[in-house]
Design a protein around this ligand. Sequence first.
Ligand code: NDP
Length: 276
Amino acid sequence: MIKDEVKIEIAKLKEKGIESTLAVVIVGDDPASRSYVNSKKKTCSEVGINSIEYALDSTTTQEDLENLIERLNQDPKINGILVQLPLPNGLDEARVCKKILPQKDVDGFHPMNVGMLTTGIDFEYSIKPCTPFGVIELLKRENIEIRGKHAVVIGRSNIVGKPLALLLLRENATVTICHSHTKNLKEICKTADILVAAVGKPKFVTADMVKEGAVVIDVGINRDETSKKIVGDVDFEVVKEVASYITPVPGGVGPMTVAMLMKNTLFATLLQNGLL
Ligand code: NDP
């Protein structure tokens, strides 16, 4: 498991007197953000990474938030900075992402890391966004061949769809990106060997959109209005009958994302200590 691998590496660093510390910034009191932050902090403690939470009031100004990030950028004891998104209305997420030093940007959202991912220049020294990176890792660990396969990604956000499409392309898949303006979505999805749903709509992917034997990766995390349970973007019960492999929600991509955050924090620590 990735978390066990990270734990071993963190223990080795500690023997050399090097600690790894993640700063987790949360603004406001959104319950989903609070639960993500808690789970990230818990995982940090499981693998031996120190986490320091900075909980800011929802009335925090852009300037105050950027000043905090600047302080964390300058602090040599902080190896990774994570600002939990979404931020309350009025705060500019793009400016916040740009403010974090690229080598401490454990979410991989800084334009520098995105540029390295896009061009492939110094790719091995870039920090990759956790969810897309986690999807690739999951496919590799499950021995699912990506090369030459037709991968269809539904969703084109900067957090999931776009970087995932680029990572799949790098793994030599033939990639199609779909979004809300895509025509013939069902027909396109039906040609996918690997179908990724990152839409944010419960049961969006139905069995008639999936080719027999396809690999289906469900990135979605949605709250079902009636059952109040967490559900993905894929109608799991019916699609599992068609797919050769499918990730569940909860489970699957969610825990993988947190594991990749640990891997990124370890990576950032190695990077800052000249150990790569
Ligand atoms: P966004 O809302 O930023 O993006 C959703 C994408 O889906 C957009 O590109 C949008 O198209 C597209 N879309 C919306 N409706 C349709 C439609 N009818 N047909 C085709 N495409 C459509 O969401 P995120 O990418 O941030 O997140 C997606 C999901 O993944 C959410 O459920 C989120 O909670 C989850 N998530 C899970 C993570 C994890 O750790 N597992 C991490 C991050 C997100 P357009 O661009 O045209 O608007």
